[in-house]
Write a protein that binds this ligand. Structure first.
Ligand SMILES: *[C@@H]1O[C@H](CO)[C@@H](O)[C@H](O)[C@H]1NC(C)=O
Ligand SMILES: *[C@@H]1O[C@H](CO)[C@@H](O)[C@H](O)[C@H]1NC(C)=O
Ligand SMILES: *[C@@H]1O[C@H](CO)[C@@H](O)[C@H](O)[C@H]1NC(C)=O
Ligand SMILES: *[C@@H]1O[C@H](CO)[C@@H](O)[C@H](O)[C@H]1NC(C)=O
Length: 420
């Protein structure tokens, strides 16, 4: 079945972080990540047994499990300001920090949860306090369970539409004060750092608070000590993780990118990578040229939502996926982030594989004001699978392992057995 094109934003933020980073000394927390088969979204069992969907671009945690009545947060509290620091361009009508309490006074704090799936839906809900749980870790095993308080927005059950069955809400992982990584950092006295290893099957792993991170067979290897890195950038006051890329090579040949930007920014968070119009066209044409002229691949009819699809029986399988033209993102400073077959093409049926990149909606459809540009690329979860990514808010760096299949391991090889 085709990878469905839905958004799974994942990410984290800061809150009380000065306190957290100066104290230090806590243990990082680990949680498994499951890929939902029908939606291709990634979830973690963070709220008792309820999974929350991971959203790299989301600034908030939200849940549909608020009791009635529930604790509310006052308009004057710092968390109320933090919860309303970011407004999505497509949610500009959902603003305002106050909502009416039952006695008719506008005293309690309203937040604006967002469902990133299926085009996105915006809502309003009370800001409240919830209890989340995960395990402390030494990077090799879970050590002991930890429960911790977190500020989250309540949401109506209707906001769960199109999320995986059983999911209670969304854990925003972006660069905001109330994202999950920021709140773990504040409560556990660990670094504001998220190690994210999305699985293609089985249980992937997320570690809040930083490395080390060991993955199993054939050897117990520590991944975070040998990784590339690139600076995290800010873009248009949005809370997502952005990096600059200077260009794209396909099969070592630069793609002739148009447009007036010499830098292209990349955000994280869709199911498959979306490319802005001016980047998408030359990109797919260069890939198709390299595929058919250099790799002897045979084009077949497109399978929606993908455009460039190929006859699978003409393709070789390798340890790092199908043998297709290599895609290099040229990062700031010249380092390359390399995308191999396992992350660039997706098998949609027995006979067909497709280039797993799609064209982004137009800026107007995304809610951007006239003249504002969308990022050139929104990196999708599929392109991150079996790559360890470390979002380090303290160093403002993105660390990347490249495809773990080269090291003969995968994101599903964390040892989730409790340490003896
Ligand atoms: C801690 O890890 C154990 C073993 O993997 C698991 O059974 C348990 O559900 C985890 N607890 C939490 C709170 O995540
Ligand atoms: C098409 O691919 C061939 C072989 O890889 C290469 O030599 C040529 O430069 C490519 N043309 C374009 C327009 O990318
Ligand atoms: C794919 O390639 C196989 C083997 O060469 C061939 O038998 C089949 O007809 C091709 N499929 C399409 C849709 O062209
Ligand atoms: C996983 O961790 C447990 C607890 O430390 C250990 O007993 C077991 O041998 C480990 N599994 C593997 C495959 O190394």
């Amino acid at each position: 079945m085709a990878q469905r094109l839905q958004a799974s934003h994942l990410l984290a933020v800061v809150s009380l972080c000065l306190l957290a980073s100066s104290l230090g000394g806590g243990k990082p927390l680990v949680t498994p990540i499951t890929k939902d088969a029908s939606t291709s979204l990634y979830t973690s069992p963070l709220e008792d047994t309820h999974p929350l969907v991971l959203d790299l671009s989301g600034p908030l945690i939200w849940t549909s499990t608020c009791d009635n009545p529930h604790q509310t947060i006052q308009l004057s509290e710092r968390e109320c300001t933090q919860a309303n620091q970011y407004t999505r361009p497509d949610c500009w009508t959902y603003t305002g920090t106050g909502s009416y309490d039952d006695a008719g006074g506008a005293t309690k704090c309203a937040a604006h949860p967002y469902n990133p799936v299926a085009g996105g839906s915006c809502a309003s809900g009370d800001l409240t306090r919830v209890t989340l749980s995960a395990n402390a870790t030494d990077g090799k095993n879970p050590l002991y369970p930890v429960t911790f308080p977190a500020v989250a927005s309540c949401a109506r059950e209707s906001l769960l539409a199109n999320l995986p069955g059983g999911a209670a809400g969304v854990a925003g992982l972006a660069r905001s004060e109330l994202s999950l990584p920021a709140q773990v950092a504040a409560t556990q006295s660990v670094a504001r750092k998220l190690a994210l290893c999305l699985p293609s099957g089985g249980n992937g792993v997320a570690v809040f608070g930083g490395g080390p991170l060991y993955l199993l067979p054939p050897w117990l290897i520590e991944i975070t000590s040998s990784m590339g890195s690139t600076p995290l950038r800010r873009y248009q006051d949005q809370p997502g993780y952005y990096i600059w890329i200077n260009g794209i090579n396909i099969n070592q040949i630069p793609v002739p990118l148009l447009g007036h930007n010499s830098n292209y920014n990349v955000n994280g968070g869709e199911i498959v990578t979306e490319l802005r119009r001016d980047v998408y066209r030359p990109f797919v044409e260069a890939f198709d040229n390299a595929s058919t002229s250099g790799f002897g691949m045979q084009r077949v009819s497109p399978v929606a939502p993908f455009e460039m699809c190929y006859n699978r029986s003409k393709l070789w399988s390798t340890r790092v996926g199908y043998a297709v033209p290599q895609i290099d993102l040229i990062l700031e400073g010249g380092a390359r982030y390399v995308v191999f077959g396992a992350n660039s093409v997706v098998q949609v049926d027995d006979a067909t594989v497709c280039l797993a990149f799609v064209e982004m909606k137009r800026p107007e459809e995304l809610g951007y004001a006239h003249g504002q540009q969308a990022p050139a690329m929104v990196m999708g979860g599929y392109q991150m699978e079996n790559n360890l990514l470390v979002f380090d808010e303290e160093k403002e760096q993105l660390g990347y392992s490249t495809l773990l299949l080269f090291r003969q391991t995968t994101c599903s090889n964390f040892n989730f057995t409790m340490a003896a």
